[in-house]
Ligand binder design. Sequence first.
Ligand code: GLY
Length: 360
Amino acid sequence: MSIDKVITISGDVSCEVVIGRALLEEVCKSVSKNGKKVLVVHPVGLSTSAELLREALISAGFEAILAGVPDSEDAKRVEVAAFCWGIMGQSDFTRSDAVIGFGGGSTTDLAGFVAATWLRGVQLIQVPTTLLGMVDASIGGKTGINTAEGKNLVGAFYSPTRVIVDLDTLNTLPRNEILAGFAEVVKYGFISDPRILELIEQDVDNATNPSTDVFREIIERCVAIKARVVSGDFKESGLREILNYGHTLGHAIEHAERYKWRHGAAISIGMVFVAELARIAGRLSDEVVDRHRSVLGLLGLPVSYPAAKWNQLVETMQRDKKSRAGALRFVVLDDIAKPTIMTAPTPEILHAAYQEILDS
Ligand code: GLY
């Protein structure tokens, strides 16, 4: 077991993010001794690793129960949450017992929602196994499920007590999953920490290899930013919105692609779009806009989208705005590490920015 760093989230909630390698024992140590039972929510694709975790929890003196749920977004359905509640009810799960979310962002979103709602809240520990989960989804307490009307419409802000980021779990993750996860990493570079961009630009293969120290440094930098932002604004009433850099158009692209695209691919295009938006509005230099294209290009991420999709994207973004007090909002940059909000840009400027990201 090796712990490289512990990053603390404070403010409205208190949570530790432990980053290191071979951390199975650390997961077991994170469960409160006040309870006896632990529900491990995991995708069926990770059944073998979940079984190892179950055995470790049993050795640590807990009664561990596995809840195998569908992979990816299919986990975030009320029927799947009800399946977990059913297991908890049949196991006489009490308020002192705990839930572990073990998997990617969809699994930890579901596990968090189940933990938040069972008996109005039981201990939650998140163990992300994807890059996206490690740098974003598992940290900060956004939990939820989808409904027929849209993504994440039902949920709760509910913080884990601990997040265990075991970099060894990424060793078997397909390379294109790692690269897609790097879109969120690049996001942190642009909104807060240019050193992240430099590390990718210096040696992209080294930076994206989970076994290197540079990769670990990048993850630690991303987690530190997320922890700082969430500590200052747990319920997204201000600062936290900067984490949505590239996401307004990105979410509309995910919708247009019927959620078959990786999240990172969609927000990669979304980031180039808002960079162009800021440039056209006279806020951002050509150089920083070009840097978006070059760093995302190094990672093999898409930076353009078809002209014919514009009307559909606008419509989706307009629908999305309902949850944001009636106006379209974009996180834009005045410079690297200087994010701000652009509210209600004109249709003309939006269209002009889109013209800059068209497929050739
Ligand atoms: N994924 C953005 C946030 O946690 O606020």
